[in-house]
Design a protein around this ligand. Sequence first.
Ligand code: AMP
Length: 115
Amino acid sequence: MSDDCLFCRIVRGEIPSDPVLETDELLAFRDIDPKAPTHVLVIPRAHIDSLSAATPDHRALLGSIQLAAAEVARREGIQDRGWRLVTNVGRDGGQSVGHLHYHVLGGRALGWPPG
Ligand code: AMP
């Protein structure tokens, strides 16, 4: 847990969020600047800088995050038409918040490859 990490502050309830799903180990909440009709972030409650900082100790947590993302897609009603799960890592990956998070994107046709 980091004092000044934006997403740690959301986990602690110091910054409001629009939650979609919550468990003991993770949160899913709507992105403040949505890039698609569904744009939900799934984050671990515990601070991890990015996927590059994950270790084998995080194996179960990472599995839980993927299953939570699929549950978000079900709740959003996009599971059949399709959706995308993305985690940006570091500068070239376009990561702007240094707390591991996955974007659940859907509700429109998504381009590939990303720009
Ligand atoms: P990334 O650029 O992959 O690090 O993604 C960070 C995401 O966090 C961006 O899509 C932002 O729009 C989103 N974001 C930043 N601040 C907030 C906030 N307070 N609540 C919800 N989403 C946020």
